[in-house]
Unconditional design. Structure first.
Length: 232
């Protein structure tokens, strides 16, 4: 069994932000940032872009990723990311006639996660015995302890009524999963078919690094964050 494989998921279809995985952000196609983070981290034997789209495949190769095949299934908007990664992993193992000890899933629409973030996450994963690890970020000013649904007249139904009058500094920290970087041990991942394997853990990263881009407003915010961080 060989080392780890990084699988960058970048399918061609996107309803809310068409062709988002190759849109320009910071002077590069969006997926290029994930490829660079995986390559520069030095954590993986292979960096594979899994896509069903020939144009995306060509862009990925231009930026250093391996794309020896197109995704054969799990390429529509109803498929989960774990399903897509499972298909890509099995394709990769058949293509290279090997088994990878660790599989890492990178979402191409999380371009702000850096090589340093990847190394930190991998170090945390290797220090534990958990079957899988999911990236997350700590909620900040958008405090979910005060979350509410609204009826037609604007009346609130508080999800946590017991905490709605408490100060944020008096409440425990809450964390949100991010698609930036999910890690799993191969056998555990294939047995369950998901990174949400029993006993999985979560590993926090900076909220900017964890950002997912799904629509135009997300894209504008990510571009602003890149300028603020000085990414180049």
């Amino acid at each position: 069994m060989s080392g780890g494989i990084a699988i960058v998921l970048a399918r061609g279809g996107s309803v809310r932000l068409p062709r988002k995985n190759i849109l320009d952000i910071g002077g590069r196609p969006m997926l290029a940032w994930s490829v660079q983070a995986a390559l520069d981290s030095g954590c993986f034997e292979r960096v594979l872009v899994s896509t069903d789209d020939p144009e995306i495949a060509a862009v990925a190769r231009q930026h250093g990723a391996e794309v020896p095949f197109l995704r054969t299934s799990a390429a529509d908007d109803r498929s989960t990311s774990s399903e897509a990664t499972r298909v890509a992993l099995l394709q990769a193992e058949a293509h290279w006639n090997t088994r990878f000890a660790v599989v890492a899933q990178f979402m191409a629409n999380c371009p702000l996660r850096t090589a340093a973030d990847v190394r930190a996450a991998m170090n945390a994963f290797e220090s534990r015995s958990a079957p899988a690890q999911i990236s997350c970020f700590r909620f900040g000013w958008m405090n979910p302890w005060w979350a509410a649904t609204l009826d037609a007249n604007g009346g609130p139904q508080y999800l946590f009524p017991e905490t709605r009058m408490k100060r944020s500094q008096d409440l425990p920290a809450l964390y949100c999963p991010s698609g930036a970087l999910w890690l799993a041990r191969r056998n555990a991942f294939l047995e369950v078919g998901s990174f949400y394997a029993p006993g999985h853990v979560m590993e926090p990263m900076d909220w900017m690094s964890a950002m997912d881009i799904d629509d135009e407003s997300d894209l504008r915010m990510a571009r602003a964050c890149m300028l603020m961080r000085g990414d180049d």
